[in-house]
Write a protein that binds this ligand. Structure first.
Ligand code: 5GP
Ligand code: ZN
Length: 113
């Protein structure tokens, strides 16, 4: 998508601090970290949100969940981490290209909302 921020980051048109890339997936550090480690994992294919996952595009989402533990390990998140995806206005999704936040590096709140 031409006017999508994360498509532009994946294409390298907007710089990012990349932590992982393969044929299907791109991961980079969040510009406004909310934990000592805060990484965004995105599919290279433009999927708008978790509400748009279907049988036809879910393979890349499964792949993301294979990549996430590798990233967590390489970031040294031995004591755990949190994975979040915000979908739609009630969840305050601000970038409409599905992304999974990996948060870690400190004891987090037991509240999620
Ligand atoms: P959301 O609110 O949609 O779940 O998360 C969007 C995330 O993208 C936010 O945590 C925000 O800090 C991050 N973000 C927004 N613009 C940029 C950018 O240009 N570069 C990077 N690395 N992160 C961004
Ligand atoms: Zn996109």
């Amino acid at each position: 998508m031409t006017d999508c921020l994360f498509c532009k980051i994946i294409a390298g048109d907007i710089p990012s601090n990349k932590v992982y890339e393969d044929d299907l997936v791109f991961a980079f550090r969040d510009i406004n970290p909310q934990a000592p480690t805060h990484i965004l994992v995105v599919p290279k294919e433009h999927i708008a949100s978790a509400a748009d996952i279907t049988k036809n595009n879910s393979a890349v989402i499964a792949h993301i969940f294979e990549v996430i533990p590798q990233i967590a390990k390489s970031e040294g998140l031995k004591n755990g981490f949190r994975v979040i995806t915000n979908s739609g206005p009630d969840a305050c999704q601000s970038v409409h290209h599905i992304h999974f936040h990996i948060l870690g590096g400190e004891q987090m709140s037991d509240k999620m909302a």
